[in-house]
Write a protein that binds this ligand. Structure first.
Ligand SMILES: N[C@H](CCC[C@H](N)C(=O)O)C(=O)O
Length: 281
């Protein structure tokens, strides 16, 4: 049997599993099955809590299709709440190792309850090699990309994971008709998370996201940071903004070369699963 916790950050929901005290199957077959919203628990993927040699914990995250992401902004906020609520730590400042480097995390706790979580998401990069992106310049900033016979002005940003940001007048379009063309585009050899942005004003950006490996999600923390930074370098916003996603609002700040994100983290339910039940679905 495997204990798990279903958690969400602005509706970006994952199955959290304590991999310190349990043996966790991290194969794509298992992850896709438990993430299925009809035959499984239902989620955008799975996040595993692991020990770290040098830091407080190690976070591994997997998208709904079983692919491993290097970093997850909504996920790391819930990860921090998980380790605090499950008494794996009593610290309210954590250093969490990820495949995108170590992230500094501050838990805002009142009366023993996590109210919100602030994360130093690190330094964004425009360098096409960091994304990675095969564009023939060092940076892709407001460059025309032909995606499925339509020209999008694109800015590529790495938040440790790959993002491409494009600006639209309206957000009420059929994202599933265009998202996969970005996600599978040969310009992005490791695929890409795609953000569609409407600038409301210099302190308010509105977005939808088509995530690599999960499709449209209600929110994307790394995506919101990529959107803020892309908008900042394109002169469209100030250094602190509210990014409005389908699932709610994240406050994003660019300071001293780092992107800081603050937002909620919520436990939906605790559960126990029998892995055998997922062998043949
Ligand atoms: N799909 C992303 C990982 C999840 C990112 C997102 N859920 C977030 O909150 O940052 C990737 O493969 O790079």
């Amino acid at each position: 049997m495997l204990k798990f916790t279903k958690m969400e950050g602005l509706g970006n929901d994952y199955i959290y599993v304590d991999g310190i005290h349990q043996k966790v199957d991290m194969t794509p077959e298992f992850i896709t099955r438990i993430s299925d919203r009809h035959f499984g628990i239902g989620s955008d993927g799975m996040i595993v809590i692991l020990p770290s040699q040098k830091y407080d914990f190690f976070m591994r995250m997997f998208n709904r299709d079983g692919s491993e992401g290097k970093m997850c902004g909504n996920g790391i906020r819930c990860f921090a709440k998980f380790v605090y609520d499950h008494h794996l730590t009593d610290q309210t400042y954590l250093e969490i190792e990820t495949l995108a480097g170590v992230k500094r995390v501050w838990l805002h706790v009142e009366n023993g309850t996590v109210q919100s979580v602030k994360v130093d998401m690190g330094q964004p990069s425009l360098n096409t090699q960091d994304i990675p992106c095969l564009f023939n310049k060092e940076q892709m900033v407001d460059e025309p990309l032909n995606i499925n016979h339509h020209i999008y002005r694109c800015t590529a940003v790495s938040m440790g994971n790959p993002h491409v940001v494009t600006y639209v007048d309206q957000l009420d379009f059929e994202i599933e008709k265009i998202g996969p063309y970005f996600e599978k585009n040969e310009m992005f050899p490791e695929s890409v998370n795609t953000e569609f942005v409407r600038v409301i004003d210099r302190q308010h950006l509105k977005m939808r996201v088509w995530e690599r490996g999960s499709g449209e999600t209600m929110a994307c923390g790394t995506g919101a940071c990529a959107v803020m930074y892309a908008s900042y370098v394109n002169g469209l916003c100030d250094s602190q903004v509210d990014v409005e996603l389908l699932g709610g609002i994240l406050n994003i700040q660019y300071q001293d070369g780092h992107i800081f994100m603050e937002g909620p983290a919520r436990t939906v339910f605790e559960g126990i699963m029998n892995e055998e039940d997922f062998k043949n679905v």
